[in-house]
Design a protein around this ligand. Structure first.
Ligand code: PBG
Length: 329
């Protein structure tokens, strides 16, 4: 029925009507708060210049932060570790006394009900900053050795599972890593540890601030040989379907805002829970614009999170988590 019988403004007239027909909501319980745990900090926190409001935390502060999150109604964290030492293969990543493993144990001891998700990758732990082991490929160029990296990633995931992680989240973009990690976890009795795959992780300029935060910028080259080309939407669906086949329990799209179409496409193509990562550069832009007085931070953040949910994400990993949880009360 066309106008004038149909008037879409009818249901926008009052706040009660708008609330009544709202299709999408954001709850604190669907937000995941990233935490940077820094093994070189004896105590306290250090600021991250490009990400105002986000800090690197000592182990004790990590536990305190977890408590603050719980009090705000946030029910999950994603842990990133900064080790004291790096090497060629990133061996610190699978150390049972490594920074992430220790943080998982400490958080679980204090807040057993908080969902602990760990980022499984080597780039914070390798001296060269790449997400896997390097070898000299055909043509004499250094390349990340896919198959040799799988075993190392499986070790990392296993060390996190042993520490008590609920969910391991590989972010390396090696082919076959979901299957390799699943097999390793199952072989060691961790069949109940879930796997959230960074399925469609793009080689994005929006990770800039994170690389400062986690000290993981590649010392040479870039990640385009393993992370996805931002131009490719169909390939993102192929990545997601491959992860489903290999046994992923949840999928993820990253970054979020420039990739809402990818979120929607994967939502339509699979039945798995879907996460979106509202990454560091997206956060830094909002913070900078708000500090400049150009936008209202609260409104922009809530609109952004709503849009990511509308696109099809069940879960949102975001540095705005604490602020958003306060605003959503
Ligand atoms: C590590 C990793 C990165 C991010 C999450 N895990 C950086 C990268 O791939 O270069 C980025 C997160 C963000 O920007 O907030 N592989």
């Amino acid at each position: 029925m066309p106008f004038p019988e149909t008037r879409l403004r009818r249901l926008r007239r009052t706040r009660a009507l708008r609330d009544f027909v709202r299709e999408t909501d954001v709850r604190a319980s669907c937000l995941v708060a990233p935490i940077f745990v820094d093994a070189s900090l004896e105590r306290g926190r250090t600021a991250i210049a490009s990400m105002p409001g986000v800090e690197r935390l000592s182990l004790a502060e990590t536990v305190a932060e977890a408590g603050e999150l719980v009090a705000l109604g946030i029910r999950s964290v994603l842990l990133f570790g900064l080790p004291t030492e790096k090497d060629e293969s990133g061996s610190g990543a699978w150390d049972d006394d490594g920074v992430v493993a220790l943080a998982v144990v400490a958080i679980k001891a204090a807040w057993p009900e908080l969902l602990v998700i760990t980022d499984v990758c080597l780039c914070e732990y390798t001296s060269h900053g790449h997400c896997g082991v390097l070898r000299t490929g055909s043509g004499g160029q250094e390349t990340v050795d896919n198959d040799a990296t799988l075993e190392l990633l499986a070790r990392v995931a296993l060390s996190h599972a042993r520490a008590g992680a609920d969910i391991v989240a590989p972010s390396d973009m090696m082919d076959g890593r979901v299957g390799a990690i699943r097999a390793e976890l199952d072989a060691d009795g961790f069949e109940d540890v879930a796997l959230m795959a960074y399925s469609a992780k793009f080689a994005s300029a929006f990770y800039g601030p994170f690389r400062e935060a986690a000290d993981c910028a590649p010392s040479s080259g870039d990640r385009r040989g393993y992370q996805m080309d931002p131009a490719n939407g169909r390939e993102a669906v192929r990545e997601a379907l491959a992860d489903v086949q290999e046994g992923a329990d949840l999928l993820m799209v990253k970054p979020a805002l420039a990739y809402l179409d990818v979120i929607a496409a994967i939502r339509a193509a699979t039945l798995l829970p879907l996460a979106a990562y509202n990454v560091s550069g997206e956060y830094a832009m909002v913070k900078a614009a708000a500090a400049a007085g150009a936008i209202d931070e609260r409104s922009v953040v809530l609109e952004t999170l709503t849009a990511i949910r509308r696109a099809g994400a069940d879960v949102i990993i975001t540095y705005h988590a604490k602020d958003a949880a306060r605003w959503l009360r």
